[in-house]
Design a protein around this ligand. Sequence first.
Ligand code: KET
Length: 446
Amino acid sequence: MSGSTPERRMATMAAHLRDGEETAKEGLIVPWPTAGVAAASVFEHIQQAPEDPILGVTVAFNKDPSPMKVNLGVGAYRTEEGKPLVLNVVRQAEERLLADRTQNKEYQPITGVAQFNKLSAQLILGANSVAIKENRVTTVQALSGTGALRVGAEFLAKHYGKPVIYVPVPTWGNHNKIFPLGGVPVKPYHYYDPKTRGLDYQGMIDDLRAAPVGAVVLLHACAHNPTGVDPTEEQWEGIRKVIRSKQQLPFFDCAYQGFASGSLDTDAHAVRSFVADGGECLIAQSYAKNMGLYGERIGALSIVCRSAAVASRVDSQLKLVIRPMYSSPPAHGALIAASILGDRDLFADWTVELKAMADRIISMRHQLYDTLKARGTPGDWTHILKQIGMFTFTGLNPEQVQFMTREYHIYMTLDGRISMAGLSTKTIPHLADAINATVLGLQGQS
Ligand code: KET
């Protein structure tokens, strides 16, 4: 109903309620709202919401009938044939679970599958982690990386004074929604320098120095999304020193362990350096990408504390955050991940499959770079080779992106990010043609 105001809606509802009282008195049962009253929805005022900037790209892609369409929007791995990949180790783990007749469908504990939690902490912190040995780490199963961030946010909102979280600019778009909705306002820190297409290290350090003592700082553990730009080991050391000197609280988002370098340990370097200094931090882990378990929604939140006693109390409070939110997490993804993490052979096979995915992405970087060079596309495209992880932050602007979608049916986020994992040897020439055309076309107009 256009022109519906809150006052008018209240009046309509009040009229419905009066009708209801009268018919109740008369002993009649009528559907609500009563017959004869023009049925206006109590939701009439609701506006159509825009699609999500990342997942909406897939929605648009699915509607496009063109046979040449390519989806480089969402960060989801595809094979050379452009198909989603279920890892062999995942299939094997599932077969074992299916064959195991002792498995049941009971509720999991509020914090999830205990073995999964233990193994997840070991994966990110290292099997010989001192913090784990001292029982200073509490880990809860989460609904993938997003759920881990959200539970972490609500925990901080409840128990960390008046929290504020500093996030890099740019960052994964959902950070800016998860934290405020979880009760933690977001503030920006400098991260990416569009001029160099690299890290604005000085800007980042200056902003962290200027941020309040005790502020929470969100750090991408590796393979920064969307830029693909990570600090060097030396720069991580500088960042760590500033954060610790200001008693700030690091919150690592680790959605791509293994995808940056191909090695699980190398990609855990930043997190481990912050834990090795004895200080505290939060870590959100996701198995969506590195085990290809996107739809299973499996991840973990770890909180590294100063003592076992504090960790135990933190754990008890995490339960109070989770119980009214979704009670307890689903079992299947956790059981798959725990089988892989806990079995020597499956774990070894997993690292091989993970490395193969990372290598294919790196090979896509080289092929795209070489093809643009061969086309003579104006511009310096070396950032395609230098950037790390699933994405290339191309530097293309929203008009160029829209042109490529309209004319070439190539789908990507408006910020010019492309998922390298969505490319194949077959689709690279098409993408290079599109980039070439948009760069030349817009240059021609200016
Ligand atoms: N953190 C980062 C940095 C991230 O890129 C993602 C997903 C997540 C967390 C959450 O993933 P989850 O599936 O909840 O474990 N990023 C891709 C998918 C998405 O936007 O949901 C993406 O950027 O395409």
